[in-house]
Each structure stands twice: as structure tokens, then as C-alpha cells.
Design a binder for this molecule. Structure first.
Ligand code: PLP
Length: 389
């Protein structure tokens, strides 16, 4: 059966060049990067080359890159590494759980947290941020691109505001990296998280940009790895993969790749919406990364649609989380003001570097047909159709 993967915001496949770059570090190059002998020097050099590539991707100095086990750890290191008793944090209601639950955990421990709302397009209002700033605000953590809608926040404006208020600014750029160029100096952030498996590098590796001069309390205590910011023997193969993916991303920005991806995404969106009724794009009208489309299809359950499409060979996802057997509507979509049933009826399509025009055609063919079958079974849809006839 033909299989098309349009769930790249969940995880991306390794690019062949990334796998090739990593392979020797599972074999002959096995040394501990902290060892002073030949084997250690060999892997140390590979880690430092990867650090340079990631620094280039982010527009920072290599010494400002801390390798982590992924986006979740990078977010946790930024937040728990900075905030202490008596501090105030500002975040948003649409953050990934790596940020949201870290802030909620601190709130339970007595730290004050302000959660900024978003509008119907998934955008925060910088004036809300201005109003939320207090004398004890230590950290503002607002994501660069949302994982469900792909909507890009006005991070440069937020960065300026934070600099004026002398407050640390962290941005979770896990879903922005490789989709839009990132220059940390232009954003004006002090901390920025990325994750390997969202940029065609492996799962289990990521990085946190830490501006020179920003001091963080480490999460782990052990050796003095990563300039004492992250103890633990380096995941050399993973780091090499991240470095290679960073390099390939930089090259892709020199060409047309991001524009081509946006054109494919736009074609997918337009063709689906042309062929189905009672559907729309979540976050329409806001600036978005080029690969993501979140579409609501009224009168269906998103989970049922994901299963129906998977049975036909198309992998997509909902933003919904299954907790204790009940399907909770996505916190992002409900924060945007979607009714819970519309949030539950939303599907996220996310393209990757491997996505072809034929893959998009496959989805364009399949989605309206699967939707029609599900709606035939929907009492709500049939009742509505009867009322309209
Ligand atoms: N932040 C965002 C916006 C994400 O989309 C994800 C993963 O889905 C993460 C953080 C967590 O990254 P990781 O899976 O590398 O821990």
C-alpha cells in the first residue's frame, strides 16, 4: 500500500545525508568526547564541528549552544535554569506542554505565572505582554511557531519589549527551525530551543541557545560537560546528526525550498477546501511556517478521520490529547476560541523536506472522500443537512 506521511510536526524522517554523517559514530568513532586520548579527541572534534553548524543555523557563537536530549529538555533548562522563588513568568496559553507544564509546575510551587491569551488567529497581543510585565518578572517564554497551527508569533517585537524591560526572553523555536530562518540577535532572545527530530535529525537530541552572559542553574548535576550547563556524556552520533541537519537547512534557505513547500501546502489547503463544505483553516490570515495546515471539518471527530486516513495510507494527526480515555480538545485550538467540537474536528497536515507534489495529490484525493464517508455516519451532519434542505 502506498503510504504518505504528512505528520512532520510530530517527527521528521532522517535525511539520508544525516544518517550517513552519523553512521561512523555508532562504529569506529566511539570514544567519550571527554577523554584525552585519540578516540576522545576524535569525537570531541565532531561535537565541536556540529556546535559550529548549529551556531550558524541560529546566528550565534558556538559557545552559546548547549546540546540537550531534545526540545523538552531545552525548554525545561531555560525555564527551571532561570526562575527562582519570588520571580514572575509570562508565557502564553498556546505553548507546547514542555513549556506550559513546566510553568504550571512552578506555579504549583508558588511562582507567579501570567498566561497571555491569543486571538482567533492564534496570535498574542504584544500590548497584553506590556501590561503583564511586573517589577519581579524574570522570564518571558513565548514560542516562535505553534506546533498545531504553524502560526508565527511576533518574536522580534517581544524581544524588543523584553530588552527594554530588562527581562529574559526564551522562545521555543522547535517548530520554527528549518522552516524559517532564525537569527537570535534579530529576535533579541536570550534563550532559544530547537529539537533534532523536527528538522530531519534523530529523536533524542536538541539544543538550547544561551546568550553569552546569561547564567543558568543546570538541571542535572554531574560532570562539567557543555561548560557546566548540562552534565552527562554527549550523545555524539545524535549531535553529529543535528549538526548535519543544521548544515542542510542552511543550504535549503539559499534555494527555493521553503517557497516550494509553502506552495505545496497552499495547494493542499485550497484543493481540500474547494472540495468540502463546513471546513476552514485554523490560524488563517496569520503569518505561518510554510509546512503546516490545521483544518477543521465540522461534524466529524478528528480521531476518527485520522484512523480512516491511516487505513488508506495517509498519516496526519489531531492536536487532541487522550487523557483517561476521553479525548480532550486541543488547548491551542480552544485558546483560539474554537468550540470544543470544532477543535475536536480539526486535523493537522504537516509537510517535510521529503514531501512531493504526488504526496499532496494523494492527500487531495483522499481527504474529501474519507470525510464524506464519516459525515454520512454523523447524526449531527445529517440533521443539519435535513434542516438546510
Ligand atoms: N516544543 C514544541 C513546539 C514541540 O512541537 C515539541 C515536540 O512536539 C517540543 C517542544 C518537544 O520537543 P522534543 O520532542 O524534542 O522533546
Amino acid at each position: 500500500m502506498r503510504r504518505v506521511y504528512l505528520d512532520n510536526n510530530a517527527s521528521t524522517p532522517l535525511l539520508p545525508e544525516v544518517l550517513d554523517a552519523m553512521r561512523p559514530y555508532f562504529g569506529e568513532h566511539f570514544g567519550n568526547a571527554s577523554s584525552i586520548h585519540h578516540h576522545g579527541q576524535d569525537t570531541r572534534a565532531a561535537v565541536e564541528r556540529a556546535r559550529e553548524s548549529v551556531a550558524e543555523l541560529l546566528g550565534c557563537r558556538p559557545a552559546e549552544v548547549v546540546f540537550t536530549s531534545g526540545g523538552t529538555e531545552a525548554d525545561n533548562l531555560a525555564i527551571f535554569g532561570l526562575v527562582g522563588p519570588g520571580d514572575h513568568i509570562i508565557t502564553s496559553t498556546i505553548e507546547h506542554h514542555a513549556v506550559l507544564n513546566s510553568c504550571k509546575h512552578l506555579q504549583e510551587k508558588g511562582i507567579e505565572v501570567s498566561f497571555l491569551p491569543v486571538d482567533g488567529r492564534c496570535l498574542i497581543d504584544p500590548d497584553d505582554l506590556r501590561r503583564a510585565l511586573r517589577s519581579n518578572t524574570k522570564l518571558v517564554t513565548i514560542m516562535m511557531a505553534n506546533n498545531e497551527t504553524g502560526v508565527l508569533q511576533p518574536v522580534e517585537e517581544i524581544g524588543k519589549m523584553c530588552a527594554e524591560a530588562d527581562v529574559y526572553f526564551h522562545t521555543d523555536a522547535v517548530q520554527a527551525a528549518s522552516k524559517v530562518p532564525i537569527r537570535v540577535k534579530e529576535i533579541g532572545c536570550d534563550l532559544l530551543s530547537i529539537s533534532g527530530h523536527k528538522i530531519h535529525a534523530p529523536q533524542g537530541v536538541g539544543a538550547l541557545y544561551v546568550r553569552k552572559g546569561a547564567t543558568l542553574e543546570p538541571l542535572f548535576h554531574g560532570g562539567s560537560h557543555e561548560r557546566s550547563r548540562r552534565a552527562g556524556t554527549e550523545n555524539v552520533a545524535g549531535i553529529v546528526g543535528l549538526g548535519k541537519a543544521a548544515e542542510l537547512t542552511m543550504k535549503s534557505f539559499e534555494g527555493q525550498e521553503d517557497r516550494e513547500m509553502a506552495a505545496l501546502r497552499d495547494r493542499l489547503e485550497a484543493a481540500i477546501l474547494e472540495n468540502v463544505e463546513a471546513a476552514g483553516v485554523n490560524g488563517e490570515g496569520a503569518p505561518r511556517v510554510p509546512n503546516t495546515s490545521s483544518i477543521y471539518f465540522d461534524y466529524i471527530e478528528g480521531e476518527a478521520m485520522v484512523i480512516a486516513l491511516d487505513l488508506k495510507g495517509l498519516a496526519v494527526s489531531t492536536g487532541a490529547a487522550c487523557s483517561s480515555g476521553a479525548i480532550e480538545p486541543s488547548h491551542v485550538l480552544t485558546a483560539m476560541g474554537l468550540r470544543p467540537d470544532r477543535a475536536r474536528a480539526s486535523i493537522r497536515f504537516s509537510l517535510g523536506k521529503q514531501t512531493t507534489a504526488e504526496d499532496v495529490d494523494f492527500a487531495i484525493q483522499l481527504v474529501p472522500a474519507s470525510l464524506a464517508r464519516l459525515r454520512e455516519l454523523s447524526p449531527l451532519y445529517n440533521k443539519n443537512a435535513a434542516l438546510q434542505s
